[in-house]
Ligand binder design. Structure first.
Ligand code: C5P
Length: 233
């Protein structure tokens, strides 16, 4: 079982998501879901995925609201034994603290990991500088926000393969790094800009790799994991 791989289930089709879990459950125990599955099916989808074989669920809803609203959202997710969830670091210290306090009030077995999102991979330097008025490079801004996340006790951060080294350097071993945009060398990047391969991501300091289409679109996911160097028994 590979415990570093998180398979992203980016589909509104519950049957398709369940089939993917069934197909991968002997090799991957963690699955990531977002708005596409939870809006049409509600959080009951968590139990359906567990029944199909998902041991751990990463609820990627990227919370960003006033502290009270985010704390309520974290409480609902924690009640349902979500293993990991995301929130935007730009929600600020009060929002982060409210989320952390809520997560910590869950008993140990149900305590979710709270992971901070800094700069979305869909934003580039031009948008950051010209539209959002940020006078730092994307990487500098990610390092800045990731350090803030650690200062206010989040459990880790999301970043692409390109920023792992500098973020790991900045946060040391205080938090986990979750890296999406993982591809086999010389394969389709789809809509991702900052992609990287699994082994160098791990080498540079990623703890978890989010892999979506490369796995869910594979006719032979076992072989794909082997090609990634991620097939373990
Ligand atoms: O199919 P692919 O491997 O590109 O899927 C990557 C997954 O990681 C998607 O679910 C996407 O929403 C998520 N993600 C991302 N970039 C981030 C945060 C999350 O690609 N910065």
């Amino acid at each position: 079982m590979n415990r570093q791989v998180i398979c992203a289930l980016d589909t509104p089709n519950l049957e398709e998501a369940l089939a993917t879990v069934e197909r991968l459950k002997n090799h991957v125990n963690t699955f990531k879901i977002g708005h596409a599955l939870t809006l049409p099916h509600g959080l009951d989808v968590l139990n359906r995925l567990r029944d199909a074989g998902a041991e751990r669920i990463f609820l990627d809803l990227k919370f960003h609201d006033i502290p009270n609203s985010v704390a309520l959202a974290v409480a609902e997710a924690a009640k349902r034994n979500v293993w990991m969830m995301t929130l935007h670091i730009t929600g600020g210290p009060a929002m982060i603290t409210a989320a952390v306090e809520e997560a910590r009030s869950a008993d140990d077995a149900n305590r979710p990991l709270l992971i901070g999102v800094s700069v979305l991979t869909s934003l580039d330097q031009r948008v950051l500088s010209d539209h959002l008025g940020v006078n730092r490079t994307v990487e500098e801004h990610m390092v800045h926000l990731s350090s803030l996340a650690m200062e206010f006790d989040l459990d880790g951060v999301v970043c692409s393969a390109h920023e792992i080294k500098s973020i790991r350097h900045a946060i040391g071993n205080r938090g986990v790094i979750v890296t999406p945009g993982i591809r086999l060398p010389n394969t389709e990047a789809h809509d991702q800009v900052r992609v990287g391969d699994a082994n160098s991501a791990i080498e540079h300091g990623a703890d978890y790799l989010v892999i979506g289409r490369a796995l869910t679109g594979s006719l032979d996911p076992e072989k794909t994991l082997e090609q990634f160097g991620l097939l373990s028994n």
